[in-house]
Design a protein around this ligand. Structure first.
Ligand code: NAD
Length: 324
């Protein structure tokens, strides 16, 4: 199967590619990535010599570039996005451009080239916030941040291309990911790297916000199950089964690096901060046999060890962006 992977130099896309190409010598993957501040081509160095791997630097909003790489593909796995909520609050323009308009350019090209399957990778954040219980796939979207609104818009477009044009689209919605190669502006790698440097960490509000955490390798296994076994026009949740408040998570990180609560600074809450996300992922578990394999405590310890051992990866990235 020839697969076009967009955003393959980012955190989750690169894990997906490393996983696929390491386990399948016959796989053929073309990456289309603009290499924005969060795209790191070196994330793909471990598989760069695989004969089925090709990297193309380009923008998913560029019709000609997309048309060129789409020709001959059997499937698309679409990760490329502006992905950081805080940045979307500072300025929503790039989020609408890449997440909504870029997705539309890809969908048009996939329909034109009669691509057999289009996996649109999305997030639980499109549902807004839930105080009790968990969302199922038929819950209405109610996004609260410009990031989640742009993702919800792209989800609706993807599903519309299935209904209108008959494009074989499947949408995945996943909870918060953690693991190696995550850009050090997101909570877990930001806190780990600050703590390793002896710096403070900033906790929003009172730290009560609850997120479900899934290891990035489990997310990617779920995406692959949906790529091969999902039903066209349907949505699949991919969860981790570990709900934690940010306060509790901070405590785990402090313990793991031997730091105490004096390193924590409480800062004004994020605007529109969703209180709780929770996915019901029984559909993918029952129909496609998904189950997360990484225990959270073990996965977090391995992630901390990875950041300890890979300063040369994250130090230049932190220097590249404004501290936040
Ligand atoms: P990331 O920011 O690490 O990677 C995004 C990648 O997309 C980068 O390589 C970047 O260069 C590329 N990109 C951005 N704009 C582009 C454009 N216009 N054209 C081509 N490439 C472009 O993000 P991530 O955390 O790996 O997230 C990947 C996807 O998974 C996103 O769609 C995100 O919404 C979704 N998702 C993320 C999480 C999470 O916890 N990180 C959870 C659920 C879903």
């Amino acid at each position: 199967m020839r697969i076009l992977v967009t955003g393959g130099a980012g955190f989750i896309g690169s894990e997906y590619i490393r996983q696929r190409l390491t386990s399948d010598p016959t796989a053929r993957i073309t990456v289309l990535d603009k290499l924005t501040y969060s795209g790191v081509e070196a994330n793909l160095a471990p598989i760069a010599d695989h004969p089925g791997y090709r990297f193309v630097r380009g923008d998913i909003c560029d019709h000609d570039a997309v048309d060129h790489v789409m020709a001959g593909q059997d499937a698309v796995v679409h990760f490329a996005a502006e992905s950081h909520v805080d940045r979307s609050i500072e300025g929503a323009g790039p989020f609408v451009r890449t997440n909504v308009m870029g997705t539309q350019v890809l969908l048009d090209a996939a329909a034109r080239h009669r691509v057999g399957r289009f996996v649109h990778v999305s997030t639980d954040e499109v549902y807004g916030s839930i105080s009790e219980g968990s969302w199922t796939e038929d819950c209405p979207t109610a996004p609260n941040s410009p990031y989640s609104a742009s993702k919800a818009g792209s989800d609706l477009l993807a599903l519309a291309y299935h209904r209108t044009h008959g494009l074989d689209v499947v949408v995945t919605r996943c909870s918060n990911n953690y693991g190696p190669y995550q850009f050090p502006e997101k909570l877990i790698p930001l806190f780990i790297t600050n703590l390793l440097d002896g710096k403070a960490v900033a906790l929003y509000g009172d730290g009560r916000n609850v997120r479900d955490w899934v290891h990035v390798s489990d997310h990617c296994r779920g995406i692959d199950l949906v790529l091969h076994g999902g039903r066209a026009g349907e949505i699949y949740h991919i969860g981790g089964g570990t709900e934690l408040s940010n306060h509790k998570l901070t405590g785990l990180l402090l313990d793991a690096v031997g730091a105490d609560w004096e390193r924590v600074v409480y800062v004004e809450d994020r605007k529109g901060h969703d209180l709780r996300y929770s996915l019901d992922d029984s559909k993918i578990r029952e129909r496609l046999g998904y189950a997360p394999q990484t225990d959270f405590v073990e996965g977090l310890a391995a992630t901390i060890a990875w950041y300890r051992e890979h300063r040369s990866w994250w130090e230049p990235l932190k220097a590249r962006v404004e501290p936040r």
